[in-house]
Each structure stands twice: as C-alpha cells, then as structure tokens.
Design a protein around this ligand. Structure first.
Ligand code: ATP
Length: 452
C-alpha cells in the first residue's frame, strides 16, 4: 500500500536527509534561495551528467559550452531583457503581500499577454481583482499593477564605471550560446544544422518566490540551442520535442505525470512554443521545460547591437543567412523536484510498519551502495566491511554505516534512495559471501565478494 504524496512531506524529507537546505538559514533564511546538501549535490550532479551525455556527448551534431556569467551590459539590451523582461506586480497595502498579476489571472482562466501595456493589464486586473484572494490577509487592498523588471543588477569594475547600463547577472543562461555562435562556427568543425548546449546559472528578481525549488531567485538552467537553415524549423522542432520527452522518460519519470502545454500567446519573434509540464505533488501540473521555435530573433538582435556580422555561410547551399534557432530550456531545480517527487513513496510493509523510500533510477541515486557490518562491536565484521567499502568506493559512491540496528540502517538508505545495501555477517567470515538487499523489493540474495 502506498500513501498519496504531499509536497510538505517531500520537503521535510529533503531537509531531514541532507538534500536541500534553506539558503542562509542561520541568518533566518533568504526567500527564493536554496542550498544543495551532501546528497542533493550528488543527485544534481548525476542529473547534469546524464543530461550532458544525452544532449552533447552522445550526439554528433551538438557541442558544449560554458560561458562567463557576467556579460557586456549591451547583451541584455539586445536580448530584450532590459526593456521587456518584466512581470506585472500588485501589492496588498494591508499586509504587503506581492502577487504576479498574470499568474493570478491565469488561475481565473484569463491569459495576459507579455506584450500588453501597463494600461491594458490594469484594465484586465480591475475587471477581475475582486475574485483574487490575498494569501496574507482576508481584506486585501490592492495597489495598481506595475511592471517589475526581473533582471538582477550587480557591479563589475570597468563596466560599472564606463557603461550607462548597469551590469546584470544572467536572467537566462542561453545568451552565452548566442554570443559564442560565431566563435564555435569559426573554430570547430560544425555545419548547420547543429546545436550548442550549456548548463548555467540564472538569476531573477521573482516577485513572489514560492513552491520551494519551483520558483527561486537563483537557479540553474540546462539549455540547448539548435541552429537551422531559415524555414528548416518544423521537422527539427518535432524531433527535438520528441527527444526531450523521451529523455525525461529515460530518467524514470512516469509518463502519466508529464503533459504537453502549447503557449497561446506567443512573444512576437516566436513561431511556436511548448512546455513539458510535470504533475508536482500538491502544486499540480506546471512547467518543467520550455521548447521554443525562436526564428532568427536572437542572432539578428546581437548582430544589430554588436555590429558583428553573425551571418552563416552555407557552403552546400552556397548562400549566406542568419540561422533560425530551436531552443530547449529546463530548470535543473524543477527537474530535481520532479525526479524526487516521482521516486518518493510511503509504503506499508507486510509486517504493518511504514517506510519512506525514494525509488530513484539507480544511475541517479546519490549513493549506489551502503556497506554495513552486522554488528559494530565485532572487529572482524567491521574490518571485513571496511575492506568491501574500500573496494567498491573506488568505482561508486558508497556509504559505510555501523550505527544502530540493521532495520534502522535500511530505513535511512531507503530514504535517500540507495539501490543496494550490503551486509557483512558471520557467514561472510565463513564462506566469503555477503547479503545484498534490494531497495525496491527489500529481498536479499547472497553474493560472493569478488562478484560484487
Ligand atoms: P515561468 O512561466 O514559470 O515563470 P518561464 O516561462 O519564464 O517560466 P523560461 O524563461 O522559459 O521560464 O525558463 C526556462 C526554464 O527555466 C523553465 O522551464 C523552468 O524550468 C526554469 N525556470 C524559470 N524560472 C524559474 C525560477 N524562478 N525558478 C526555478 N526555475 C525556473
């Protein structure tokens, strides 16, 4: 028997077991910022490695990149973020709660277009604000909606002194890819169609960071940008959509928890935009990954603002053009939350006791093997267990645990998703075999140490 999943229980587990901590917790915490603990960073790194393998190393037509986070301030002007990367905000004058107008209207089935002016948004808001509940108080008194830019300002040496624009932290990771398109074409043997992939941090002054890792102010994005000949977008777009869906399934996510959502209001440069949504416990379906057909907008803008020719010379077709771009962009924190939520189970065992278990894909599990001596006070068992640990830890992330009874040690490993627990007992000393216990079935088999 399994219990329905609740996000509060999952968050409590992630804290209790050292996956995720609130940012700056000893100072009272910082909204929208989280730190990955010892098990969290292992899982996060496994997700990144898996993504990198599938999207870069296993593909002849993709290459990787890691660009600097700080960029010339003109980049964010060219990208449209300085003028257009803004969410409409209202504040309750009674309790100071801030809400995103577009998200509140969406809950009422009304879709505010990103291109709408403050005036148009105000009209929509005024018509509907009486239906919006304030999470902070019973009698909200709303301010006028105002557009609030999400870019996070910083300062950096020369830029701060010489430029009129402030220096920004990246609002999205993908700009580094557009900036290096020409470098990659000039220095690597790539030919259109090809893709550039990057994992990078993004920072957004989110009005109301909420839902744990789902909406943070600092997060990491895994992006691919696929460059195609103009009008060569439709088939490639379909292929990319299918591949990303297939990759999410290959991680072990259940298909019934994934859903496609097509954007109704397209930004002016986009030809098509789809999200893959995940069914987060307690929150419901919401965006995990965006897949966007962006036309030649990005490279044209950077060509205009930088004055550098970003045309591509296609030798096969003997023509010059600005390539069109097909983008995939996924928040790794949202993926982390989806993978944990999918794997999380509270089961009642045959003996009536309850266990919490993360049935993670073994490739993603933070710890692959836990090694236990049956008894802590028998030096020969402890010594043998250390020998097994030393052997396995050369190749895999392992954990040694001699604390508490075996049942408790199994429970601890179940909660962090360790696929196999290895017990060194008195039979080991006799015949060189160990008990290997499976996380999902809880069954045990005996295996010779050399065969581990
Ligand atoms: P939303 O509509 O939820 O604000 P978005 O459409 O602005 O998201 P994009 O700009 O397309 O998101 O970013 C690409 C991906 O980055 C998203 O699919 C999501 O996984 C992730 N992402 C975006 N904003 C955040 C955030 N504040 N916290 C965590 N991840 C985020």
């Amino acid at each position: 028997m399994t219990k329905p999943k609740s996000m509060d229980d999952i968050i409590a587990l992630l804290k209790r077991r050292g996956f995720i901590y609130q940012g700056s917790e000893i100072y009272g915490g910082a909204a929208g910022l989280y730190d990955f603990g010892p098990y969290g960073v292992e899982l996060l790194n496994n997700l990144k490695q898996n993504w990198w393998k599938a999207n870069v190393q296993a593909r002849p037509d993709y290459v990787g990149l890691d660009s600097a986070m700080f960029k010339n301030p003109k980049v964010w002007k060219a990208s449209g973020h300085v003028d257009g990367f803004a969410d409409p905000l209202v504040e309750c004058k009674n309790c100071n709660t801030r809400l995103r107008v577009d998200k509140e209207l969406e809950k009422l089935g009304i879709f505010a277009d990103e291109k709408m002016s403050e005036e148009e948004i105000k009209k929509l808001w005024d018509e509907n604000k009486d239906k919006v509940k304030c999470p902070g108080c019973k009698k909200p008194e709303w301010s006028e909606p105002k557009k609030f830019n999400l870019l996070v300002k910083s300062n950096l040496g020369d830029f701060t002194e010489k430029n009129e624009e402030p220096v920004y932290l990246p609002g999205e990771a993908c700009q580094g890819i557009y900036l290096n398109f020409k470098n990659v074409v000039d220095t690597c043997r790539v030919k259109i169609p090809f893709g550039i992939a990057q994992i990078g941090k993004a920072f957004r002054n989110e009005i109301s960071p909420r839902n744990f890792l789902f909406r943070c102010r600092e997060f990491e994005q895994a992006d691919t940008q696929y460059f195609v000949k103009p009008h060569d977008n439709v088939e490639n777009y379909q292929r990319i959509k299918q591949e990303q869906w297939g990759w999410l399934l290959s991680l072990g996510l259940k298909e019934e928890n994934l859903k496609w959502h097509q954007h109704e209001n397209l930004v002016f440069y986009a030809k098509d935009a789809w999200d893959i949504e995940y069914n987060y416990p307690s929150y419901g379906f919401d965006e995990l990954m965006g897949i966007h057909d962006r036309s030649d907008y990005d490279l044209s803008q950077h060509m205009k603002f930088s004055g550098t020719d970003l045309n591509y010379f296609d030798q096969t077709a003997n023509e010059k053009y600005i390539p069109w771009i097909l983008e995939t962009s996924m928040g790794l924190g949202r993926l982390f939350l989806a993978v944990i939520s999918d794997a999380y189970n509270v089961e009642t065992l045959n003996n009536g006791s309850e266990r919490t278990v993360l049935k993670l894909n073994p490739e993603l599990a933070p710890v692959k093997y836990a090694v236990f001596p049956l008894l802590k006070n028998k030096p020969e068992l402890v010594e043998k267990a250390k020998e097994v640990f030393n052997k396995l830890s050369q190749k895999y992330v392992c954990e040694f645990d001699d604390n508490g009874n075996i049942g408790k040690r199994y429970r601890r490993q179940d909660e962090i998703g360790t696929p196999k627990c290895i017990v060194i007992d008195f039979d080991t000393l006799e015949d060189g075999t160990v008990a290997v216990r499976d996380r999902d079935t809880t069954e045990q088999i005996r295996v010779k140490i050399e065969e581990l």
